[in-house]
Design a binder for this molecule. Structure first.
Ligand code: ADP
Length: 459
């Protein structure tokens, strides 16, 4: 694919901002653009373990002087890299596609296809078979100097009421193509196993208001999981246990999933109260089994939600079962072989309520606070949950972020869902439900308005 005439350029990967996510953009330094004779809107191929295309956009002002390429979580997964890794970039000329076949990348999703609408969503997007892509919908572009085709790509309408992840099953011709007005688009109804199933899963782009927390976790968990040899050579023991503390609904579980996905690690989840509720002797057995499973599947992350229910202070518990469960957990933590590439992340809302022995060195000896989001955080979270949603221009996410003081991520997610339901409710009378189809023109008029959000807040 690469134009052999062109110089290849190696460059380090950094995370995209959430508002760029799912749009097929790559922000690269102006100097690199000049070096490869690239203009904004040109297509490039990003080559890591695999290759994936993107359109070049100028860097953010704050990035001036930084030699990095900003890619979103899906792009990083498509290229088989994590942030911090190096990729090569080449200039390419995508060929117009005669045909592109998509399928839902999420296995719990069956799509009633409307290929014409999809064509508009991915218009001008460079695509290649095997990639996982998102229907991220419109991005507001306030720069008049942006080339028309890039602008057109960013003005893509929303496809459904929420962002949907799709696999590019095949393209004709093969290689990197772009959808044009003549392209025939097919949408398969059924899930198609992506090259690696977990690529359609949550990434760092899907957790809002947590830039610092993500940085901390990357250093503590992602890097050791990705580069165990490096840590061994340096003689540094990667942490075994990390304690996340913060109120419910602030995104701890989602964050742990994202770290697992981005570290290309398997994810295992233990729900504290569920384990405790098991029959006599069963709880310890379950705990042992899942530790064993996770160790076998390494690299992996074992997430223990509400660890305070499994490991309350032993002085304060009366039940024998609880005491044995704490003891079992300590034994399991201590028994982890240093070479086993497994990190246990535990979450609690009450760090003071857990057994102190758990927090000794070699156990849960790192702590990260996941707080209630501030206004900026709420704005970012709202951006994530309205990604791919057809928003009326009257919706001002900044205003919503201001007026939702005290809301955590889970509340904001529920709010956007409620607002969408409001919109559908308004829209219902205009649908012809008898023949079971929704004409694409009708869908174009479905949008979630400011009033829908206000109504949802009141509830
Ligand atoms: P916790 O584990 O802290 O109780 P979860 O990770 O289970 O919270 O969050 C529940 C849901 O709320 C998530 O699936 C997500 O939709 C939403 N959510 C919570 N926090 C965030 C966040 N920081 N960014 C985006 N979505 C969030």
């Amino acid at each position: 694919m690469a134009d052999q005439e062109q110089e290849q350029r190696r460059i380090q990967v950094a995370n995209a901002r959430p508002e760029d996510a799912g749009r097929g953009l790559a922000r690269i330094p102006v100097a690199v653009m000049a070096q490869l004779s690239l203009s904004e809107g040109d297509a490039i191929e990003i080559v890591g373990k695999r290759s994936t295309p993107a359109r070049v956009v100028r860097p953010y002002k704050e990035d001036e002087g930084l030699d990095v390429i900003r890619l979103d979580g899906l792009q990083r997964a498509n290229a088989g890299v994590g942030s911090g890794d190096f990729v090569a970039i080449n200039r390419i000329d995508p060929r117009p596609a005669q045909r592109v076949v998509f399928a839902p990348a999420q296995d719990n999703l069956r799509l009633q296809g409307n290929p014409e609408a999809l064509k508009r969503v991915f218009f001008k997007r460079p695509l290649t078979a095997g990639d996982v892509v998102a229907t991220a919908g419109q991005q507001q572009v306030d720069r008049a100097d942006m080339p028309a085709h890039l602008r057109q790509m960013l003005a893509a309408p929303a496809y459904a009421l929420q962002e949907i992840r799709l696999v590019v099953v095949s393209t004709t011709p093969k290689g990197i193509v772009e959808i044009s007005a003549e392209t025939e688009v097919e949408l398969r109804a059924e899930y198609e196993e992506p090259r690696e199933a977990r690529r359609a899963d949550v990434t760092y782009d899907d957790v809002g208001g947590m830039a610092e927390t993500i940085d901390q976790l990357r250093e503590m968990v992602e890097l050791p999981l990705r580069y165990p040899e490096l840590f061994r050579r340096l003689g540094v023991d990667p942490p075994r246990g990390v304690l996340l503390h913060g109120p419910p609904g602030t995104g701890k579980t989602r964050l742990a999933r994202a770290v697992a996905n981005e570290s290309e690690a398997e994810f295992f989840l233990i729900n504290g109260p569920e384990i405790v509720g098991s029959a006599y002797g069963e709880s310890e057995k379950k705990l042992r089994e899942i530790f064993e499973e996770a160790a076998k599947a390494a690299p992996s992350i074992l997430f223990i939600d509400e660890i305070d229910s499994i490991a309350p202070k032993r002085g304060q518990v009366t039940g024998e079962t609880e005491k044995r469960l704490v003891a079992q957990l300590l034994t399991l933590m201590d028994g982890l072989e240093p070479r086993t590439n497994l990190v246990v992340i535990a979450a609690t809302n009450r760090p003071e309520a857990i057994d102190e022995a758990l927090r000794r060195p070699g156990r849960f000896d790192r702590e990260i606070i996941v707080g209630v989001p501030d206004e900026r955080g709420r704005r970012e979270i709202l951006g994530i949950h309205t990604r791919g949603m057809p928003l009326d221009p009257g919706v001002d996410l900044n205003e919503l972020a201001r007026t939702t003081y005290g809301f955590v991520g889970a509340d904001l997610s529920a709010l956007t869902r409620e607002a969408a339901i409001e919109a559908v409710r308004r829209f219902m009378p205009r649908l012809n439900l008898d023949d079971g189809t929704i004409p694409p023109e009708a869908l174009d008029e479905l949008s979630v308005t400011r009033d829908d959000f206000l109504a949802a807040i009141k509830r």
